[in-house]
Ligand binder design. Structure first.
Ligand SMILES: [Zn+2]
Length: 201
């Protein structure tokens, strides 16, 4: 196992913001479990698209907005990113890498530097649809994270019935839960388990 401190720490670059966006889109739109209960995204396409646009705007201001017409493709992308991020959280690179390459193979990249500072390498331009742009951008950013060892910072929640993913920015790399709610649920569960064992004696 390689120590996290020895790797390139994510720096808040455009590339790193794309990975954060992939994590946030996943947690918002991928079905599964969250905080102890089954999780599903909104069934209202307009609501889904508005929430996804709000999330992405947080990470990249000049984005092309998702439209209601592409909501099914947006949800499919979120499911693919979720599967992939879980593989990366499990450090299962042989499974994750073909999935990243599949994301990159669907659409052409249009690599270019921003035309003014802050200089950032962009993977797609504004001629692509939002789903296409984010798929290429997130795929390329995750590929770059794999090649620099930064995927060690991607974790999955360890609480029962939660499969949300998060970026572990703690210095020690020991964050275990997606939220304080899951952390508290786990504390209660561990306490009850200890009590049950005590009572059984
Ligand atoms: Zn959780």
């Amino acid at each position: 196992m390689v120590l996290k401190g020895m790797m390139t720490r994510p720096s808040g670059s455009h590339r790193d913001q794309l990975v954060m966006a992939a994590i946030s889109l996943t947690n918002l739109l991928a079905p599964g479990f969250s905080n102890g209960v089954p999780y599903a995204p909104s069934e209202d396409p307009a609501e889904t698209v508005a929430a996804a646009n709000a999330v992405c705007e947080h990470f990249y201001r000049k984005q092309v907005a998702f439209t209601v017409a592409e909501v099914d493709r947006l949800l499919a992308l979120a499911r693919r990113l979720h599967e992939l991020l879980l593989d990366l959280a499990d450090d299962d690179l042989p499974t994750a890498v073909p999935k990243i390459n599949a994301l990159l193979a669907d659409f052409p990249a249009r690599l270019h530097l921003s035309s003014e500072p802050p200089w950032a390498l962009h993977y797609q331009d504004h001629s692509a649809s939002a789903v296409e742009g984010w798929q290429v951008g997130c795929g390329a950013a995750l590929a770059s994270w794999v090649s620099s060892g930064a995927t060690q910072y991607i974790s999955r929640c360890e609480a029962v019935r939660c499969d949300r993913v998060f970026f572990d920015d703690t210095r020690s790399g020991t964050r275990r839960f997606c939220s304080s709610r899951c952390q508290n649920r786990d504390k209660v569960r561990a306490y009850r388990l200890r009590q049950a064992i005590k009572d059984a004696r």
